[in-house]
Design a protein around this ligand. Structure first.
Ligand SMILES: Cc1cc2nc3c(=O)[nH]c(=O)nc-3n(C[C@H](O)[C@H](O)[C@H](O)COP(=O)(O)OP(=O)(O)OC[C@H]3O[C@@H](n4cnc5c(N)ncnc54)[C@H](O)[C@@H]3O)c2cc1C
Length: 438
């Protein structure tokens, strides 16, 4: 039995991103005093642009909201447990077919204000350079600042890495929309959320060639170009073969059957002033991005509000170093949450923050932290972090495979099933605010 900690013992959370903000919300709502340490805006990161908490650094989409899709199932489970991130995503939602896309500024502002309004949460704007004492959660993300990364490296190696890229954003008033069309794949949602650029065979082939030949920003000479398979740079996909893009982010299915490929642009903000190029995360040099992307019809005079860029993400070998309740084996008072653990994606990162908070609450109730039941998406993330082969551990989004055997086959009623499991878990293992009895 875990030693019962005083319910009012403070918790320090380092990093006010997706995971840290979600964790602070869980603990703060349950009356646990939280100090949330966030280095921005005083110390900027390489990709964040504001001082707000939970800023989305690249795409403004939290991926599919479809309850028959793993990502949609994860969102519903998080919602059932009172997720701040999903609630604010719904509040700041902008139309994007079946995806849960948000106005990124409104989303981050909403989360910041919600946490600022909680009397139990104190937000300290400073860079943490040491591991915190007492109960703590490190949620410093893929771009953890160097001094904190060094402190962490004293107890756990963060020697795994991959490169992740950001896609460009362009101003709507600089586009010639007469050469594009509004529409969603398969007419989902309102039907006109995306701007689409159809490409016939010849122009598509020329675009792929230009991408392959364009100059990229070099990576450090001693490092292999390891990319996350689910989010490859667009030029990297083009290099894998002439049809890769046409079967990937530029697939024309559900949009224009006559086109060889369709480039999609997704609305970025509620006022519809900006659009991001879907699947165009890139490490092309800035001048090359302008040169190559502006060959697309309607993009000839595109004004770039943000250029694509590439960043090194590091994470730990979680199956070696983490317990199923997200503690570091080498320093059990410290939990890890977010992308640093080896999950990938906004919702997945937030989900581990939510779980870290719930595990701390379980301890405060004097019970052994119990992970969510097998067969749920939340358990699937814990399974990935603790039961993967350490020799081949790479970050993962939530997938049917992680949810469990037979999950794909029963996708129609899977969300209902996993929600029932989560509610049963909440009743037996969580405090009253989260659906429990006590
Ligand atoms: C370039 C890039 C592009 C990505 N694109 C996508 C995408 O399109 N879609 C997607 O789903 N996922 C994407 N990801 C992956 C991942 O989902 C996000 O990085 C996500 O924000 C991770 O959540 P997190 O809470 O772990 O980290 P973050 O959201 O990055 O939060 C970490 C926080 O910790 C703070 N911090 C860091 N060090 C310190 C310190 N020493 N002291 C105090 N504060 C500190 C940072 O300022 C930041 O606010 C991308 C990642 C990167 C790096």
């Amino acid at each position: 039995m875990t030693e019962r900690k005083p319910p009012q013992a403070p918790v320090t959370i380092v990093g006010g991103g997706l995971a840290g903000a979600e964790c602070a919300w869980v603990l703060g709502r349950a009356g646990v005093p939280v100090t949330l340490v966030e280095m921005r805006p005083g110390v900027p990161s390489a990709v964040h642009q504001s001082g707000d908490l939970a800023e989305l650094v690249c795409s403004n989409s939290l991926k599919s909201d479809d309850p028959t899709h793993p990502s949609g199932i994860l969102k519903r489970e998080m919602e059932a447990l009172g997720s701040l991130i999903i609630a604010q995503a719904r509040a700041a939602r902008i139309p994007a077919g079946g995806a849960l896309a948000v106005d990124r500024a409104a989303f981050a502002r909403g989360i910041t204000e919600a946490l600022e309004a909680l009397p139990t949460v104190r937000i300290e704007r400073r860079e943490a350079v040491e591991l915190p004492d007492g109960d703590a959660v490190a949620a410093t993300g893929p771009l953890t600042s160097e001094p904190f990364a060094r402190a962490l490296a004293m107890v756990v190696p963060r020697d795994l890495y991959f490169y992740d890229a950001v896609s460009p954003v362009v101003a709507l008033d600089s586009l010639d929309t007469s050469k594009m069309f509004f529409g969603n794949r398969y007419g989902k949602g309102e039907g006109d959320d995306y701007l689409n650029i159809p490409l016939p065979e010849g122009p598509y082939a020329a675009f792929v060639r230009a991408l392959v030949e364009a100059e990229t920003v070099p990576l450090p000479v001693h490092e292999k170009a390891l990319f996350f398979e689910g989010c490859l740079p667009v030029e990297e996909m083009a290099r894998r073969g002439p049809d890769t893009l046409a079967y990937g982010p530029l697939k024309p299915v559900g949009l224009d059957r006559r086109a060889a490929a369709v480039v999609q642009l997704r609305q970025e903000d509620l006022d519809r002033t900006a659009y991001s190029l879907v699947g165009f995360q890139t490490r092309l040099k800035r001048g090359e991005q302008e040169r190559v992307f502006c060959t697309l019809p309607g993009m000839e005079r595109a004004r770039f509000l943000r250029f694509g860029q590439v960043h090194r993400n590091t994470y730990i070998n979680a199956p070696l170093h983490l317990t199923p309740d997200l503690r570091l084996k080498a320093r059990p008072s410290l939990r890890l949450a977010g992308q640093i653990t080896g999950v990938e994606g906004y919702a997945e990162s937030a989900a581990t923050g939510l779980l870290a908070g719930l595990f701390i609450l379980q301890e405060r109730m004097g019970t052994e932290p119990s992970p969510p039941p097998e067969g749920t998406a939340l358990f699937g993330l814990i399974r990935h972090l603790t039961r993967s082969d350490p020799a081949r551990f790479v970050p993962s989004n939530i997938t049917f495979g992680l949810i469990g055997e037979g999950a794909r086959a029963r996708r129609r009623d899977l969300a209902e099933h996993t929600l029932a499991l989560i509610r049963r878990w909440a009743v037996s293992a969580l405090p009253a605010q989260f659906g429990g009895r006590s």
